[in-house]
Design a protein around this ligand. Sequence first.
Ligand code: FAD
Length: 402
Amino acid sequence: MSSDSRVVIVGAGHGAGQAAASLRQEGFEGAIDVYGDEPHPPYQRPPLSKAYLSGEQGVEKVYLRPAAFYDSKDIGMHTGVRVESIDPAARTITSSEGSATWDHLILATGTRPRLLPIPGADLAGVHYLRTIADVDGIRAELSGDTRLVIVGGGYIGLEVAAVALTVGANVTVLEMEDRILQRVTTPQMSAFYHQLHSGRGVDIRVNTAASRFEGTGTVSGVVCGNETLAADMVVVGIGVLPNVELAEAAGISCDNGIVVDERCLTNVPNVYAIGDCCNHPNPILGRRLRLESVPNAMEQARVCAANIAGKDKTYASVPWFWSDQYELKLQMLGFSADGEDSVLRGDMAANEFAVFHMSDGKVVAVDAVNCPREFMAAKQMYGKAVDPAKLADPSVEMKELL
Ligand code: FAD
């Protein structure tokens, strides 16, 4: 790869930060310029609803790498700069800094929160959670006296509930489906987390949709059905939308994300997309996916960097995720919906168990709560046949089953 080649990365999030670092690790000697519309160098979003929200982790610890790293690697970090357009034919981008050329372009534009289009949504005290700025706004208002209503019983909503409860806030979670985590996990896991949060004092209301926020200037209530819940603060966590508009306007193929192949390449030569914004093929699962997960963004960043540096690398990973709520660490591998049967190992009442999801006798997913050993073993067991009776028996070591 010639040293006068130039890579431009759009979006300075998790995927972008890793792609820039990986390009140097792969020996890429040309120019690298990263453009991000937030005023921070690439940072980790998972702590935003966990240790950064609770105040245990400061902003420097949230950064993926110290800001000085990028200077030391001769990576141009253009923070607070939004890329407005891409011209694939001229190989340029335009931003408030003017026009810049590229030989390779990486789109790592992530997602944005899905907005709740109901009356009162623009009142002060109604928050979304995607950025450091969002959390700073929430933290400034959250105290032991706060009556917090969370709209959406997904992972982010439940993580916020757990932190807010430890601060002493009065927390209600509204979920329009008939169970929390409905989109992402099994009824068994939904019931487990429902009980966990209710037991700690969170008021969870399923089959309940917010229809209006009330207040004069600042939110004071949430209307759902015939009831109005008093609220000093609302956090809305109802999913995200991929940031594809920039790509779409440039004629790059999009379909629930920017469409890429197994090398992270779009339909336009030398234009790649990685992370939450991209729709990619997964050869292990045999279908296309758009994932919202750090491991996925990191791996695609490595694949795309290797390919730009002249190697030939393809993406083939089993998706995995995690969520921290109270003292419970949930680690998930694969998709539980791919299983027909499940095997429980451990003790749900003791908050230490793993549910293995099986299809044709083979492990296709796992949900592990406070069971890192089972989770690690499941990564090696994925797609392999395992004796369910032995798997369910905690006296049989995981090592023996591998
Ligand atoms: P992002 O990190 O979202 O970065 C994209 C960046 O691009 C953003 O800064 C965006 O503003 C910027 N951008 C977009 N368009 C432009 C433009 N035109 N010009 C300039 N900049 C632009 N994942 C897990 O695996 N585990 C977890 O526990 C977990 N918890 C999470 C908790 C929260 C609160 C959130 C919000 C996410 C969490 N995630 C978690 C998801 C994880 O953070 C994402 O999967 C990851 O950040 C994806 O990285 P990315 O680079 O694709 O996008």
